[in-house]
Design a protein around this ligand. Structure first.
Ligand SMILES: [Zn+2]
Length: 283
């Protein structure tokens, strides 16, 4: 007998039997009562389908390394979503709009020479190529004919760094942004301006993220719990300097940071901030 059959037999033999020895009966394992219901069958079927679909989409999908990297890039969320839509051919380009029944001219609104597919305005349009020429450390050759945005992104994942992929998507988003400015506001920008815009975007986002992290760590470091068996008392007082009475607040926490007592009360008159804090400590 093979090992799995032996293991199965041992599991069956390990099932404890009732002392009353009732008649055997079929039990539905989909819920606690053991009775079959459509609802519980639906949940089981749904979970089986979901597991299978996840398995199939992961198996052999060459885009998987790109998706994994894309959702962790340190770029604004709206640009991560734009990047995913661009790679899935889901941007409202002239060609895509036309395919969905919108009556529009399918020519590229920038060069007016080629059909506006997803990749054309972002990669192969002569205007886009001028923008990409500014990327001196480009790990793959973007500025060649018929480059597909998904192919380029996957090549950067294979041959470049995470920073390269961030630069690529920040720049494609900037090109698309300027393309929209042209379509909806009829404004024109130089290719160097688009490149600088993309770089500034990257710099501003990283600086804002660092400031946020600094504030978070300061908040975390601002208060620490007392040693085991001790209590920490924090007090504060406010004074308005406009004749209204001052007020105080007191909070007592244990070594786990749990609040064991708290007090908030107005005082009978107006005091200086030092006096209010002294009164709070006294209380
Ligand atoms: Zn074009």
């Amino acid at each position: 007998m093979c090992k799995s059959k032996l293991r199965g037999a041992s599991i069956v033999l390990d099932i404890p039997l009732s002392h009353n020895l009732p008649e055997d009966k079929v039990i539905w394992v989909g819920n606690k009562k053991g009775n079959f219901t459509i609802k519980s069958a639906y949940y089981i079927a749904f979970n089986v389908l979901e597991t299978n679909e996840t398995g199939e989409s992961s198996k052999g999908d060459p885009r998987l390394p790109l998706w994994r990297k894309l959702w962790h890039l340190k770029i604004p969320a709206k640009i991560r979503i734009f990047a995913w839509r661009a790679c899935m051919n889901a941007l409202p380009t002239k060609l895509n709009l036309s395919k969905r029944g919108v009556n529009t001219n399918v020519s590229c609104p920038i060069c007016d020479e080629e059909i506006e597919t997803t990749s054309h305005p972002l990669i192969s349009c002569k205007y886009a190529r001028q923008v990409w020429d500014n990327w001196s450390e480009n790990p793959v050759n973007i500025s060649i004919n018929n480059n597909d945005i998904l192919d380029v992104a996957m090549r950067i994942v294979a041959e470049g760094t995470t920073h390269d992929l961030e630069t690529f998507f920040l720049t494609t988003w900037s090109i698309w942004y300027i393309r929209n400015q042209k379509v909806f506001k009829d404004s024109c920008h130089l290719s160097t301006q688009v490149w600088n815009f993309s770089r500034r975007l990257s710099h501003d986002f990283k600086e804002a993220s660092n400031t946020f992290c600094d504030k978070q760590s300061l908040l975390k470091e601002g208060w620490s719990p007392p040693p085991l068996g001790m209590y920490k008392v924090n007090v504060d007082g406010t004074t308005s300097n406009d004749g209204r009475p001052s007020s105080i607040g007191v909070i007592i926490r244990n070594s786990k940071g749990e609040i064991t007592a708290a007090l908030c009360m107005p005082l009978s008159g107006e005091y200086s901030s030092l006096e209010t804090e002294a009164i709070a400590v006294e209380k």
